[in-house]
Design a binder for this molecule. Structure first.
Ligand SMILES: Nc1ncnc2c1ncn2[C@@H]1O[C@H](COP(=O)(O)OP(=O)(O)O)[C@@H](O)[C@H]1O
Ligand SMILES: [Mg+2]
Length: 267
């Protein structure tokens, strides 16, 4: 039975592509107000899990409820409750920063509240000065801030972030992370994936995912106590092994591949 303060509940949730099992069978629940990180090596199934929870990908098995709504039968209710930042940018590069936010306000039926929410979003992201610039001309850090501001505009009950700081330089990552941390301090429910151990350490609970399964779940402190090691990174390597999941780099890579690899052992 779902408790009233449960914001996410998965029961045996899985997805296969032909013979390939992307997510095997995942069960966990997350309480309202939690700041929850999923850690896992490249190809562990993190994005597929989030994509099922956001109703973009249909599960092959199992079930899940998000904000009390069934992801299969009540997709509209699930989406209305969510703010989402996908792994890959979903901004329209040809439009300005303000226009991207306006479209979001319209899609969420924000009506008269729209213009104020657009202004507040730009201010929150520190992007007022570039509001009328095309998004394609903004830096990676600015684009990520804009996506985060957009995801928050309709006041979602749950924020889902797939590798929000991936590919950013140190300054941009720190800046974005400090903004994400204010959401944690405000008590917003956040479910995120990250490849930065420091970010996972700052979360209230961490789920380690490998081969489409949740192999550990607990607070950073509990994981360290249970699996040994001086930090979460040791715990992670104990659970998921030393071997890089991408094979040998070898030669020049296409930029997209290089960018993903820059996310070290997790993406
Ligand atoms: N649309 C798809 N078609 C086929 N295989 C996929 C598809 N999406 C993901 N996969 C596979 O599922 C596994 C998990 O992928 P993903 O969820 O993207 O992992 P992560 O986000 O943890 O890196 C990988 O082996 C990936 O190649
Ligand atoms: Mg991913």
């Amino acid at each position: 039975m779902t408790r009233p303060d449960t914001i996410v509940e998965c029961l045996g949730l899985g997805r296969s592509y032909g013979d390939r099992v992307a997510v095997d069978s995942i069960a966990f629940s997350m309480a309202e107000g939690e700041f929850f990180a999923l850690l896992g090596p490249n190809g562990a199934g993190k994005s597929t899990l989030l994509n099922m929870l956001t109703t973009l990908v249909a599960p092959s098995r199992g079930e899940a409820r998000v904000a009390g709504a069934d992801i299969r039968r009540e997709a509209d209710r699930v989406r209305a409750a969510l703010g989402i930042v996908f792994q890959d940018s979903s901004l329209d590069d040809r439009l300005t920063a303000a226009q991207n936010l306006r479209i979001h306000a319209a899609l969420h039926g924000m009506g008269r509240a729209g213009p104020e929410a657009v202004a507040a979003g730009l201010a929150w992201a520190g992007l007022e000065a570039v509001a009328d610039q095309r998004v394609g001309r903004l830096s990676g850090g600015m684009r990520r801030r804009l996506e985060l501001a957009r995801a928050l505009m309709h006041r979602p009950r749950l924020l889902i972030l797939d590798e929000p700081t991936l590919g950013l330089d140190v300054q941009a990552r720190r800046d974005l992370w400090s903004r994400i941390a204010t959401l944690r301090d405000r008590g917003l429910s956040v479910l995120m994936t990250t490849h930065f151990i420091q970010e996972a350490e700052a979360c209230s609970r961490v789920g380690v995912i490998d081969g489409g399964r949740l192999v550990a779940l607990g607070t950073p402190l509990e994981l360290r106590a249970r699996h040994g090691g001086t930090g979460l990174e040791d715990v992670f390597v104990t659970l998921t092994g030393q071997k890089p999941r991408d094979g040998d780099a070898g030669g020049r890579e296409r930029p997209a591949v290089a960018r993903k690899r820059a996310g070290a052992w997790i993406r």
